[in-house]
Design a protein around this ligand. Structure first.
Ligand code: HEM
Length: 378
């Protein structure tokens, strides 16, 4: 009997505990559902230009860019060479990147925009709406993504890193793309559809860090003429697919692409002397000093259609990394060497390999056998 009583108590206790757990789980589920609904409401209210299809922006809470290490982009493939568009889809919250080089690059941009306005900022009147829209998107996005670095104000935006404030309600004295380019490390380009030839054209730009092209020479050109005749295989492989891709690009499906070059200094303005340097080997570059003297230049490019104007905004973020840091990962050194060996001659010439290719390969081969060292943020 005692035994039965004890079992009865045990069952009753277990049922009570079970009921409590059940209620707790039910309560948590209801709370979670309410929270989710609220979040969804906030995210659709605050998303870029009210476009509900875009994702919620996950904030990066750092106060100072100096704590943000640049991401590691090493976009060389070890397989056989094949020129493709190389596009990948982009999470909208990763649209713009900020890193520890922000302050120095903003100073550099200020210098270029102030001293060489005609070489850096060019626009066609038809791009006024698109340029404004691009700026508004940045002003909307930056305080959400980097809430401790940018603050949206009633009249525009405060840059808490540089202390600058922009009032966008007045007649702008500075071109909107230039203002945008003064907020972010990226260069900004607006591509616009021209019915006359059915191609997208470079109709506005605020560019300070060109990789082997002179911005004012490319102004107004259609997408194919931006690349031809210089970019090997562009005509055969990409001329029409790139324009077709531009025509079909959807507002809520931005993309990124990465590219790479090698250079013998750490200059960001490289309008000349980057590509197609084929005359003569540079004997001052040797396998022993490539690590210190040479840099990998990597561009992270994004493309997105602007919902109102339907123009396409092209952003270019440039990363310069000393070759010693690139090759400190022996697997990367090995992959890079294989990629260089697999380039067709026309592409090797385009990347200026006749000038320093032998030294770079010698260096990468030796580093592919060494131990891994970690990179820095200097
Ligand atoms: C889907 C889009 C695009 C693709 C697939 C593409 C492809 C390429 C390729 C393969 C190169 C050679 C260097 C490299 O490896 O990246 C290149 C260079 C270049 N691209 Fe693009 N590109 C695209 C969009 C654009 C846009 C929107 C612009 C507008 C500014 C642009 C301007 C240039 C310029 C100026 C060069 C250097 C050309 C030269 O050496 O004279 N590209 N592009």
């Amino acid at each position: 009997m005692d035994y039965m009583n004890e079992t009865g108590y045990l069952v009753a206790a277990l049922v009570t505990i079970g009921l409590i757990y059940y209620r707790l789980i039910l309560l948590s589920a209801i709370q979670w559902l309410i929270f989710e609904r609220q979040q969804r409401k906030v995210s659709t209210q605050t998303n870029l230009n009210g476009n509900e299809k875009l994702q919620r922006i996950v904030p990066i809470l750092d106060k100072d860019p100096s704590t943000l290490k640049p991401p590691v982009y090493r976009p060389f493939k070890s397989g056989p060479f094949n020129l493709t568009m190389g596009l990948q889809s982009l999470n909208t919250d990763e649209w713009i990147e900020i890193d520890c080089h922000y302050k120095e690059q903003m100073k550099l941009k200020d210098d270029f925009f102030t001293k060489r306005p005609d070489e850096t900022v060019l626009w066609k009147p038809s791009t006024e709406n698109g340029s404004r829209e691009a700026l508004e998107m940045l002003v909307d996005y930056l305080p959400q993504r980097f809430p401790n670095m940018f603050r949206k104000t009633n009249v525009g935006i405060d840059n808490l890193i540089t202390g600058e404030s922009f009032d966008l309600t007045k007649n702008l004295k500075i071109h909107p793309l230039e203002i945008g380019s003064r907020l972010v490390q990226e260069d900004l380009v607006l591509m616009q559809y021209e019915a006359s030839d059915e191609f997208y054209h470079l109709n506005a730009q605020a560019v300070c860090f060109p990789a082997g092209w002179v911005p004012k020479e490319k102004f107004l050109l259609p997408i194919w003429a931006l690349h031809m005749p210089n970019v090997p295989l562009f005509e055969e492989k990409l001329k029409f697919s790139v324009n077709r891709f531009f025509s079909k690009l959807q507002e809520d499906k931005p993309v990124i692409r990465l590219n790479w070059f090698l250079q013998t200094d750490d200059k960001l303005w490289k309008a000349e002397n980057l590509h197609r340097q084929t005359s003569g080997q540079d004997t001052s570059i040797t396998a022993e000093n490539v690590g210190e003297k040479m840099y990998l230049r990597c561009e992270r490019q994004t493309l997105r259609r602007l919902p109102k104007s339907q123009d396409i905004l092209f952003t270019i973020k440039t990363y310069l990394t000393p070759m010693s840091e690139v090759a400190s990962d022996s697997a990367v050194a090995k992959r890079f060497a294989t990629c260089l060996r697999n380039l067709p001659q026309s592409v090797a010439n385009y990347k200026s390999l006749p000038v320093f290719g032998e030294a770079v390969l010698g260096y990468l081969d030796s580093m592919s056998q060494s131990e891994q060292i970690n990179g820095t943020c200097e």
